[in-house]
Design a protein around this ligand. Structure first.
Ligand SMILES: *Cc1c(COP(=O)(O)O)cnc(C)c1O
Ligand code: SF4
Length: 358
């Protein structure tokens, strides 16, 4: 919806003005604008955050491999002048990324073998994952998709017919997961079209969306998006990707609340990242903050050993100890399942807790 600014805001009473403001931040132009205005220039990032440009002196090869990309709203949640800020560490390119570490590869989860047709991954029984878009609003330095061959795997609108056909022909599939990249980079009209094509496949029951966009650009939760999830016969589930409580500010909470008011199941998955959320207090705080807005923790992923992310890796033993401590701090439903992905396994592997580490 377009808002026309042929009035002076002070002409209206406060309530009406606030309604207009909420509408303004929820129209499609706003998130698309935020997406177009992401920061990609390292110098600009440094000056916004009062960081010494020397912080990026040896990061240029890393930037060439995987460019800097961060929405301004996310930057505003980073503490100025703090090189250890848990949000900054997720997006700041570092020289260390280009070091080769044994055991860290370009395709750590073996995706390039379970890719029957472009854009479709069928690894687990009953559900298929569609990489609806190759791009993201933010570039997370630890991302396991930083080396994924998106060019070949981004079939475009016409190519989707093949994916739909594959799903139609396998009656064992009851859930489609829209993923990426970030599937919510796709505009609402196209999403709606895609969802209505999916809901015609009678054996499908659920539609799941894996996304980080509402965390980094909460304006993405538009009325039209919510409508396309509430008007489909498919049961909608959204799995966010948020790693630290500081990522959740008022605007993100507002987005969660709108989705919750629409009765959409909301879950969150995180990646366990050294120096970012590998402490009991950070993880407790994350679960509590999510649940305050009606989001349940789902998975805590052990980092996939992808080339360039070794400095974020938390060992399995330490991860299990952390989760065991979490279980002693939180009700069971606020403890995410600690999982890792193993190439060729029929499900994500849940890691055991350390019984004797108290
Ligand atoms: C993680 C993943 C899923 C979803 O697994 P759940 O355990 O159902 O959350 C599905 N397909 C692929 C390819 C995945 O990587
Ligand atoms: S949003 Fe997800 S897919 Fe995109 S860079 Fe971050 S972790 Fe990777």
């Amino acid at each position: 919806m377009t808002i026309h600014y042929n009035f002076h805001p002070l002409d209206f009473n406060d309530f009406f003005y606030r309604c207009m403001t909420i509408k303004k931040t929820r129209n499609s132009q706003n998130w698309q604008q935020a997406l177009a205005q992401v920061i990609t220039n390292p110098d600009e990032l440094c000056s916004h955050l009062a960081l010494d440009k020397k912080a990026l002196v040896d990061a240029h090869p890393a930037i060439q491999q995987f460019p800097l990309r961060v929405p301004r709203g996310f930057v505003s949640r980073i503490k100025k002048g703090d090189l250890n800020d848990p949000l900054l560490l997720q997006i700041l390119p570092q020289g260390i990324e280009t070091q080769n570490v044994p055991g860290f590869s370009k395709d750590p989860v073996g995706e390039q073998n379970v890719n029957p047709i472009p854009g479709l991954l069928h690894k687990y029984k009953g559900r298929v994952l569609l990489t609806l878009s190759g791009s993201c609003a933010i570039h997370c330095r630890y991302c396991f998709r930083r080396h994924f061959p998106y060019a070949e795997n981004n079939p475009g609108k016409n190519g989707w017919n093949k994916a739909l056909e594959y799903i139609s022909q396998d009656k064992g599939i009851n859930e489609v997961i829209l993923s990426g990249g970030d599937p919510l980079v796709v505009k609402d009209d196209m999403l709606r079209e895609f969802i209505s094509a999916l809901e015609k496949i009678t054996h499908l029951k659920r539609l799941r969306i894996h996304t980080r966009l509402p965390i980094v650009i909460p304006e993405r939760i538009t009325e039209q998006f919510i409508k396309s999830l509430t008007q489909t016969r498919l049961q909608p589930v959204i799995v966010f990707h948020c790693n630290h409580a500081n990522e959740i500010d008022d605007s993100v909470m507002q987005a969660f609340n709108l989705l919750r008011a629409a009765n959409i199941t909301l879950l969150n998955q995180s990646v366990l990242l050294k120096g970012i959320n590998d402490s009991v207090s950070a993880l407790v705080n994350l679960s509590e903050t999510l649940f305050n807005s009606g989001v349940l923790p789902y998975y805590l992923h052990l980092l996939d050993p992808v080339q360039g992310s070794a400095h974020f890796f938390v060992e399995e033993q330490k991860a299990s100890e952390l989760v065991w401590q979490l279980m002693q701090e939180l009700p069971g439903y606020l403890v995410p399942k600690l999982v890792k992905e193993v190439a060729g396994a029929p499900a994500k592997i849940q890691l055991g807790i350390m019984m004797n580490c108290t």
